[in-house]
Write a protein that binds this ligand. Sequence first.
Ligand code: NAD
Length: 519
Amino acid sequence: MSITETASSPASTSEAPVIGHWIDGAHRASTSGRTAPVYNPATGAVQAEVALADQAEIDAAIASAHAGFQVWSGYSIAKRQTVLFAFRELLNSRKGELAHIITAEHGKVVSDAMGEILRGQEVVELATGFPHLIKGAYSENASSGVDVYSVKQPLGVVGIISPFNFPAMVPMWFFPIAIAAGNAVVLKPSEKDPSAALWLAELWREAGLPDGVFTVLQGDKLAVDGLLTSPLVQSISFVGSTPIAQYIYETASKHGKRVQALGGAKNHMLVLPDADLDLVADSAVNAGYGAAGERCMAISVVLAVEPVADELIAKISERIATLKIGNGAGVDTADGTVEPDMGPLITAVHRDKVASYVDIAEADGATVVVDGRGLTVDGHEDGFFFGPTLLDNVPTTSRAYTEEIFGPVLSIVRVESYDEGLDLINSGQFGNGTAIFTNDGGAARRFQNEVQVGMIGINVPIPVPVAYHSFGGWKQSLFGDAKAYGVHGFDFFTREKAITSRWLDPAKRGDSANTGINL
Ligand code: NAD
């Protein structure tokens, strides 16, 4: 990925609707004259164009958020909490609508879209309890007659820049907490699936959030740079690929902002010889091929400690043969809608990139056990489908091993020992998630202590922490020291003030000699 602008059309020439911004609590059509296509990945058709903001629109969005902050930060905690609860109730009762919007633009199966909403909703629920999490501390009589206390205040306008793969969940990792803490949010969603953010904006309005507190700015690098450099924006929360995360971290830091920038991943599953191989095979298939591998916590490498590799490959292959690939929206039958196991990839360009990694692995000497290249789905011949792919004996020098593929490609690397597996995990550039499968508690305990990764599963393939623990990786998977949500989230979206105060005893006022205080 290079640091270049998104390919955009100078203006929309098709009949496709143009998806605009959400500014001042309402839809705002764009006048920038620049758009990018939004596909239905299952059919390959352009279903809409998304506006790409120009500088005037960026300025308008940030100014509106700044005004919204002045109002919202003055709301009492009780009033803010009422809005949060209303948002939670609306989301809970209407999340089915959002799941279909996600599937139409992203391609993932509807139940998986529902799954990402539920993980986001967990953070909304955590945020409803915000008074407890932003209350300060008080030390009475720290010195004679002197009290010291701290308060946590909101930052102001905060920017969120999100990736295509979780258009609802990733923004929800941040905005419920940011808003609960009294900030105003400008969200720049991925231009590949921009509609979920607008649906969420409408929900906030319905929940009673004042205008300007939640803004959606559609756009590409220009919009991102506008947020990174605006003096009115106090912090940036980014999730996306590592090169862009690094760029965001460096640029926003240079402009004096607080930054958390979550990057890419290459998550390994270490399988010890005593593991339950049926559980391992089920887990590898779910974690490798769910959401077509377009998850930052997907498992992409299985490190099989010999002698288990042959048996494990047979079990995984058996399961792959049963997977159904098709339109994530499902097919209507007399018995209701039947969902496939896996939908398409996000774009044709991304599908071809995934295929190129399989070509590289093969050229470097890997065995292609199951080949997903060239898959077509009946009735959806132009969709961006790529079949589940299983590679064996992938050389650890191959780019197919060292780089993130972000598709339904599972690589088996055979190792001779726990130590060899651990060394491979620890020598990688990423440190997002990892898992160990074993029945040996001592080995698992050693692993959790020795592995250089931020999120670890023990017989759990996708260890995404619950909302009250924080989410974040190590090394090239997270720039900055603040993870998403949990206590880290509340710390990130508030600034602490410590106050040292002395009040004279009214009985002795004016007579400092009698206060008992050493002046
Ligand atoms: P991406 O980096 O291409 O885009 C992310 C965001 O950055 C988008 O909003 C995009 O518009 C913007 N952007 C893209 N290029 C830019 C540029 N040159 N300058 C400024 N902004 C730019 O990522 P993606 O393809 O949308 O998402 C997939 C990536 O996200 C994968 O690498 C995946 O691992 C990662 N991801 C990481 C996590 C995590 O928690 N660590 C979670 C989800 C996704």
